[in-house]
Write a protein that binds this ligand. Structure first.
Ligand code: COA
Length: 280
C-alpha cells in the first residue's frame, strides 16, 4: 500500500536489513520547516491518515516521527532554527472559541498516534514545544540531539497543554516536574530532559539518525504480535492500579503461550537460531 504523502508530511519506508520479508521502518517527517513544523490542521489530518496507513500495512513494524530540517535561508536572511515541532499552529487559535476548539482537539491526531498499536520513536532535533512535546510524548520512545529544547509554553498564551500533555507529562516525569514545566513555560535542554526522564537518550546531532534507526530496526525484528501485547500491557499500568495491572499482565503473559511466535522464539533460543516470526 502506498503511504499517504502530503505537502506537510512525508513517509519514507526504510527496509530493515536483517529481515528478508519486506519489514520496514516508516520514517515520518512533519514538513513545515519555515514554521518550525508547527501543527496546523493539514499536519494533524495527515498524521491521522498516516496512523491509519501504518495500522493497515503489515510490513511496517516501527514508526519514527521527526521534523523537517531547516531550509537554506533566502539571501541576507537568517536561517530558521532546527525544530522537531514548535507547537500547535498559534495562528489557528486567534478568534476561536471553545466550540470550535473542542471539535479540533477531540479525537485528535496526537491521540491517534498514542493509540497506534505499533511501536513509535520520536526523533527530536531542535525545538519540541507545546503540541510538539505532546507529539513526542505520544510516541513510545524519545531520542533527542544535544541541541534540542523542550517545554510547554502554552501558559504564555493564557493556555495549558491540550493534546494530553498534562496527563502524559505527569506519568513520565511525576507531578512536581510536570507542574513546574506547565506553570513556568520555561524550556529545558536535552541533558536536563534526559535527567528527568523526558527523553530516553541524547546524542550529537550528526549521530541522531543512525542512533534512532538502529533502535527502530532492532525493535522491527521482534514479533509484531508480541510488541503489540507488550505495549498494551505496559499501557495498562497507566490506567489500572498495581493489583489489577499485575493481573492484566499475568493474563497477557499466559495468552502469549498460545501463540505461534512463543513456540518459534523458544525453539530458536534452544537451537541457537534466529527466530523467524509468524507475527501471530
Ligand atoms: N505556530 C505558528 N507559527 C510558529 C510557531 C507556532 N507554534 N512557532 C514558530 N512559528 C513560526 C514563527 O511565527 C516564524 O514564522 P515567520 O518566519 O513567518 O515569521 C517561524 O516559525 C520561525 O520562528 P521564529 O519565532 O522566527 O524563530 P525564533 O528562532 O526567533 O524562535 C521559538 C523560536 C521556538 C522560540 C519561537 O518560534 C516560539 O516561541 N514559538 C512558539 C512556541 C509555542 O508557544 N508553542 C506552543 C504553541 S501552543
Amino acid at each position: 500500500m502506498t503511504p499517504p504523502q502530503t505537502d506537510v508530511l512525508s513517509i519514507e519506508t526504510v527496509p530493515v536489513e536483517s529481515c528478508d520479508d519486506g519489514t520496514v521502518v516508516a520514517l515520518v517527517t512533519i514538513n513545515r520547516p519555515n514554521k518550525l513544523n508547527a501543527l496546523n490542521s493539514d499536519v494533524t489530518s495527515s498524521i491521522k491518515d498516516m496512523v491509519a496507513w501504518v495500522e493497515q500495512t503489515d510490513t511496517v513494524r516501527c514508526v519514527v516521527v521527526t521534523g523537517a530540517q531547516p531550509l537554506p535561508p533566502p539571501e541576507g536572511k537568517r536561517a530558521k532554527p532546527n525544530a522537531f515541532v514548535a507547537g500547535a499552529d498559534i495562528t489557528e487559535f486567534l478568534g476561536r472559541g471553545s466550540e470550535e476548539i473542542t471539535v479540533m482537539f477531540t479525537d485528535n491526531a496526537i491521540e491517534a498516534l498514542w493509540n497506534m498499536s505499533k511501536p513509535s520513536i520520536a526523533m527530536v532535533d531542535g525545538f519540541a514545544l507545546g503540541g510538539g512535546l505532546e507529539v513526542a510524548c505520544s510516541c513510545d520512545i524519545r531520542i533527542a540531539s544535544t541541541r534540542s529544547k523542550f517545554g510547554t509554553p502554552e501558559i504564555n498564551l493564557g493556555l495549558i497543554p491540550g493534546y494530553g500533555g498534562t496527563q502524559r507529562l505527569v506519568s513520565l516525569l511525576g507531578y512536581g516536574k510536570a507542574l513546574e514545566l506547565v506553570m513556568t513555560g520555561e524550556m529545558i535542554g536535552a541533558e536536563e530532559a534526559q535527567r528527568i526522564g523526558l527523553v530516553n537518550h541524547v546524542t550529537e546531532p550528526e549521530e541522531l539518525n543512525q542512533r534512532v534507526m538502529t533502535m527502530a530496526s532492532l525493535i522491527a525484528t521482534k514479533s509484531s504480535n508480541t510488541l503489540r501485547v507488550a505495549k498494551e500491557t505496559l499501557r495498562s499500568a497507566l490506567d489500572e492500579g498495581l493489583t489489577q495491572g499485575v493481573a492484566t499482565e499475568a493474563k497477557a503473559f499466559a495468552n502469549l503461550f498460545d501463540t505461534e511466535d512463543k513456540e518459534i522464539g523458544v525453539k530458536a533460543f534452544l537451537n541457537r537460531e534466529t527466530a523467524e516470526w509468524k507475527h501471530r
